[in-house]
Structure formats: C-alpha cells, structure tokens
Design a protein around this ligand. Structure first.
Ligand SMILES: [Zn+2]
Length: 71
C-alpha cells in the first residue's frame, strides 16, 4: 500500500536500434531490470539485431541514483 504510485514501468531498450531488452520494476524499494520474469543483477552482452554492447549492473544503477538523489 505504501508504493501505490511506484508501479510505473520503465522500458529498457537497445541504445542503438531500440530493441526492447526488458523493463525496470521496483521491488522492495529497489529498481530491478526484469527480463522474461527474472530480476537481473548483472547482465552483459550484445544486441542480436545490431551488435550494440549492453551492460546492466544493479550496483552501478544504485550508485547513479545516489548521485541523482543528491541533486
Ligand atoms: Zn540493437
């Protein structure tokens, strides 16, 4: 009930071609990249459509949030 307004889904897509990779879901006050129902902590690879490198890390994301929250 606390996070009633926090269920906004953010779609993560390939930065080059826009292919959808997954989406961000807030679980236990933490943002997770969810791909096919799995909450990802670290994900590395390349887009199968265009070859663009993809790198997701929850720790880096959290770091970034610390900085943006300050601002
Ligand atoms: Zn791509």
């Amino acid at each position: 009930m606390v996070d009633e307004s926090a269920d906004v889904e953010v779609i993560i897509e390939c930065q080059k071609c826009g292919r959808v990779v997954g989406n961000i879901q807030k679980v236990l006050s933490q943002d997770w990249l969810v791909v096919n129902g799995i909450a990802i902590t670290v994900m590395r690879g390349v887009c199968t459509d265009c070859g663009q490198e993809f790198h997701w890390s929850i720790s880096e994301k959290k770091l970034a949030q610390l900085f943006t929250k300050e601002g």
